[in-house]
Write a protein that binds this ligand. Structure first.
Ligand SMILES: Nc1c(NC[C@H](O)[C@H](O)[C@H](O)CO)[nH]c(=O)[nH]c1=O
Ligand SMILES: CC(=O)[C@@H](O)COP(=O)(O)O
Length: 175
């Protein structure tokens, strides 16, 4: 039985946080859906937040782009990592998935900036569809709700200030 996503927060956040999404292009029919669901949910539960979206070739490139963003002078309050790895006939998918997971966790702990991990490793397109396109298990919406929780927690703990950025940007713009 797959776990359904956490419920939508009861309280819309007034936070002006900045959220950075780093998403892979590989399997774009699914990863585009993750981005769309995550941004739609963020706009609902964090209407005053600003969102930037960076697209990288594949899941393996997500950590290095995330590291660059988290070490820049425009640090986000939360970073959301979105990707989809579909296992093939070799160990490559598992190796990529494990490396990305460990790297993202290390980045979060090193920078003290929450990193929301929704870089999925699945066996087939049916599993991918349920988690990227479907609604009951949508991991894009789950990522947004986790980001909301972490923003509210860190704000309550006095660990970050609302971000004053005004723009919502995507890189590359044609992705
Ligand atoms: N097979 C998948 C990949 N493979 C590509 C790697 O992520 C990486 O871009 C390549 O090894 C070059 O460094 N990536 C995914 O995101 N999903 C896959 O299913
Ligand atoms: C996860 C991947 O890189 C995947 O496309 C590789 O497929 P294969 O293991 O059959 O080479």
């Amino acid at each position: 039985m797959s776990t359904a996503l956490p419920p939508r927060p009861r309280q819309v956040s007034s936070s002006k946080a900045h959220i950075s999404i780093v998403a892979s292009i590989y399997n774009s029919e699914f990863t585009d859906a993750l981005v769309e669901n995550a941004t739609d949910e963020l706009k609902t539960i964090l209407p005053h937040a600003t969102i930037s979206v960076a697209r990288v070739p594949g899941a393996f490139e997500i950590p290095v782009a995330s590291a660059a963003i988290l070490s820049s002078d425009q640090k986000p309050n939360v970073l959301i990592a979105l990707g989809l790895i579909i296992r093939g006939k070799t160990q490559h998918g598992d190796l990529v998935g494990e490396s990305v997971t460990n790297s993202l966790q290390q980045l979060a702990c090193d920078t003290k900036i929450p990193v929301i991990h929704e870089v999925l490793l699945v066996d087939d397109e049916k599993q991918a569809y349920a988690r990227c396109v479907g609604s009951e298990l949508n991991r894009g919406r789950e990522a947004a709700r986790s980001a909301h929780t972490m923003i509210e927690l860190f704000s309550a703990l006095g660990l970050h200030q609302d971000n004053k950025k005004k723009s919502t940007r995507s890189y590359p713009s044609n992705a």
